[in-house]
Design a protein around this ligand. Structure first.
Ligand SMILES: C[S@@+](CC[C@H](N)C(=O)[O-])C[C@H]1O[C@@H](n2cnc3c(N)ncnc32)[C@H](O)[C@@H]1O
Length: 243
């Protein structure tokens, strides 16, 4: 059984996964299109993957959601994607590996090279510096998000975008440090990326995503991301961080 806390089990978890579903295809699709055009490796990394499925409900966790979108994109664009997934909990990592293998065997996902790792720093060292793609951090219920690891990814892989989740409403309501103390602004600034965005309360109000990218010419407003260098973006961030 994966460690309690390695998978979302709160009332808000389905909203987080639905929000991830709603952005993953766009973000992975645009990275892969650029990678194909520039003939660069495309890498998608789930840096805190958990066990892949919620053992209580059977609902897909982030690595399965991301892998499915990678597979759809790789098939549509006919360009391979490497999917790196990381968790320091061996049981959770093994569970994700098992779930992904089953999907690969059933040909439910295709066109991916998968790469499991226990350690985020080691995982980052495996990613080519020329890679284009997306790295996802979900530090929910962990208050030891190491911002220096995010910084090192963004330094080493300049063209990787970074997506970070933040639980908002529960943190606000209960003012509960320790549930999720990640300051979105701090996490985004640590990326050193040129463009920082936050998603308005991700559709159902429980979650927000921070998104950091170097792409100055792509707007993400259509997907509910606000540029933090705008007044609206700053207001949103104040609101999200006011727990
Ligand atoms: C909230 S759970 C992830 C849930 C998953 N994203 C999902 O949607 O199903 C966070 C996971 O991050 C892992 N984790 C926390 N800190 C980590 C670190 N520094 N390195 C690797 N894994 C870490 C924990 O073991 C846990 O499994």
């Amino acid at each position: 059984m994966p460690a309690n806390g390695s998978y979302g089990s709160g009332r808000a978890t389905p909203f987080k996964q639905a929000a991830l579903e709603s952005v993953a295809g766009h973000l992975i699709g645009s990275s892969c299109a650029v990678g194909r055009k520039w003939k660069r490796p495309v890498v998608v990394a789930d840096m805190t993957c958990g066990p892949g499925v919620n053992p209580e409900t059977g609902a897909d966790g982030s690595p399965l959601i991301l892998a499915r979108h990678c597979s759809l994109t790789a098939t549509r664009l006919k360009y391979g994607i490497s999917f790196v997934y990381v968790d320091r909990d061996e049981v959770a990592l093994e569970s994700t590996r098992h779930e992904l293998l089953q999907l690969i065997e059933r040909r439910a996902i295709q066109g991916l090279v998968t790469c499991p790792r226990l350690n985020q720093t080691e995982a980052i060292a495996q990613i080519p510096s020329t890679a284009v793609g997306l790295a996802y951090w979900d530090p929910t219920r962990y208050n030891d998000l190491d911002l220096s690891v995010i910084t090192s990814l963004s330094r080493q892989c300049t063209y990787m975008d970074i997506l970070v989740t933040r639980e908002c409403l529960a943190a606000k309501r209960m003012n509960c440090a320790g549930l999720d103390v990640t300051n979105l602004k701090e996490a985004l600034e640590a990326t050193g990326k040129k463009m920082l965005y936050a998603m308005k309360y991700a559709k159902w109000g429980w979650w927000s995503f921070g998104f950091a990218s170097n792409w100055t010419k792509r707007g993400f407003q259509d997907w509910d991301f606000l540029d933090l260098n705008t007044e609206d973006g700053r207001h949103l961030l104040d609101d999200l961080d006011a727990s």
